[in-house]
Every structure is written in C-alpha cells, then in structure tokens.
Write a protein that binds this ligand. Structure first.
Ligand code: ATP
Ligand code: MG
Length: 274
C-alpha cells in the first residue's frame, strides 16, 4: 500500500483538483485506489458525491465500522464531513485510521491518495506521519513557498526523509520557478528531481470539477492542453514515486534524493524559504 498525500498549507492551490485526478488516473490504469478526504471542508467528498452526507472519517474516528464508498471498479473513497474539524489527531491517528479502513476493505488498496486541508494542524502532522511521500501543489509565490517550508517544519524528525514532489499550479510564474530552483540548488538539491510538469489555469479544469469528472472525461471543452498537463504531471509523479518502504532516508528507486529543504539557514533575502 503506497500512501501519498497532496498537501500544502496554502489554500486554493489545486490540492483537491490534483487529488481527484490522481485517484481517477490510477484507477483507470488498473490500480486499486483509496481516496481519502482529510479536509473538513469536504471538497473532495463533494466532487465525488455532491452534497449528500456520507459516513467517513468522522464515523471512523467515533470507532464505527464503516466502509469507504465505492466509486468505480478500482476506486473507493473515504469521505469527510465538517465535524472532523473537531478532531485532535494523535501523531499516528491517520496511519491507524488508514490501516483500519484498509483492513476492512477485503483487498488492500495499492494506493492511498490523501487530500489534505490547507492548514498546519494536528491533522496535517498526522498525515505527514502516515504517508510515504507528498506532493505539494504550489503557485510558487513567495507566501506559497514559505508555507511549504512551514509545513515541513511540522515534522522535524523525519520530514527530511519524506520524498517530496512539487507541482507548479495556477498562475505560477517564471520568477517563482527560479526562486524555488535557487532554493533547492542552495541545498545541493537538483530541481528536476523535485519539480513535476506544471498545470496551468484552464477553464476546462474548473468546469470538470463542477461536474465531478476528471478533465479527460468532461465533454464541453475537451481541452487537450489541460488533459495533457494533468496526464504529464501525474505520469511524472508515478514514475518517480518512492517504492514501498522507501521512506527511510535513502535514495528513492529512481535515485532522486528525498527532499530535505528548510534545514535552516537563509536561502534568499526575502526569507521565503527560511
Ligand atoms: N488547473 C486549474 N484550472 C482552473 N481551475 C482550477 C485548476 N485547478 C484548480 N482549479 C479551481 O481552483 C479552485 C481551487 O482548487 P482546489 O479546490 O483544488 O484547491 P485546494 O488547494 O484544494 O483548495 P483548499 O485549500 O480550499 O482545499 C477550485 O474552484 C478549482 O476548480
Ligand atoms: Mg482542497
């Protein structure tokens, strides 16, 4: 079971949109997938199920025996609800919940894809403790980059070995990409190991989300650029995803070093990456 979190403390950068597409992409390529909505806002749950309230993370937290909701042949989703905002997650709470859900699913999922809240909280820390790798969508603005570093500081003992990929989204600029690349190079890290192909802002994506379909299935715009960008970013992510159990401080299977940004020290004068 490979566990990946789409995570960023910065809001509105495309976490849910990317999570939704990764779930569909994996399921369509024949992998058994469990999507988990860890954001009390419930955006991922809404895209999959509309406004209907379904048992999920909150009920698991109360100790109830519930199954994730089947969305397709290979895709199950554990929805959330606003009550989960009240949960104080223990360090291993999310990991334990995932193990419990997987245990009740019969066939364990090959992939768990977690959509995370835009916060720095007990939930985000518990998510970081539960997964093998993270993807950080980022518009690469100064505040977004700073948010990335603050988030990783949540897990000082082990975030240094948590493989990380960054997907530039929305209106990310060339300057932002250069700022990030400089920050990585400043720590002797090769930007190409961390950066996924970017996903630009396209009307078709917003529309696809509004009708609850991945962009390659919506029929109004059939936006080839949007489809290609999502497929390219996700393909690159999966090609470079760490092997099971790779979260041990060693190189990943493709030789890319796990991210160890933000070990302290000044990266740029703006201080975004300190
Ligand atoms: N590539 C894109 N092109 C156009 N619209 C997009 C794109 N990615 C996301 N959006 C839209 O931008 C908004 C924010 O995206 P999304 O909800 O995925 O971000 P988020 O990081 O999950 O936000 P939050 O912090 O609230 O959880 C949504 O309305 C979504 O439909
Ligand atoms: Mg979201």
């Amino acid at each position: 079971m490979r566990k990946i979190a789409i995570i960023s403390s910065k809001g509105g950068v495309g976490k849910t949109t990317f999570s939704f597409h990764v779930c569909h992409f994996l399921a369509r390529s024949g992998k058994r997938v469990l999507g988990v909505d860890m954001d009390p806002q419930g955006s991922l749950s809404f895209v999959f199920f509309g406004a209907s309230r379904k048992a999920g993370v909150w009920e698991k937290h109360l100790g109830q025996k519930i199954s994730p909701v089947k969305v397709g042949d290979n895709l199950d989703v554990l929805p959330t609800s606003v009550e989960t905002a009240n949960i104080q997650w223990s360090e291993n709470g999310v990991a334990e919940m995932l193990a419990s859900v997987a245990g009740e699913m019969g066939a364990e999922p090959e992939w768990v894809v977690i959509d995370s809240p835009s916060s720095i909280s007990t939930g985000t820390k518990s998510i970081l403790n539960a997964v093998d790798s993270i993807v950080v969508p980022s518009d690469l603005t100064t505040l977004s980059l700073r948010g990335m570093v603050q988030l990783l500081k949540l897990k000082p003992s082990s975030w240094k070995v948590l493989p990380m990929r960054i997907v530039p989204t929305q209106r990310n600029t060339h300057e932002g990409q250069e700022q990030l690349a400089a920050a990585l190079r400043g720590r002797n890290l090769e930007p190409a190991d961390y950066l996924l192909p970017h996903i630009s802002r396209r009307v078709a994506v917003d529309y696809a989300m509004s009708v609850g379909k991945p962009v390659w299935d919506e029929t109004r715009y059939k936006d080839k650029q949007a489809i290609d960008e999502f497929k390219n970013a996700i393909t690159a992510l999966l090609e470079r995803a760490p092997a099971v159990g790779a979260n041990n401080g060693e190189k990943t299977e493709t030789g890319a070093h796990p991210a160890h940004m933000a070990t302290g020290g000044q990266i740029n004068q703006a201080g975004a990456m300190q």
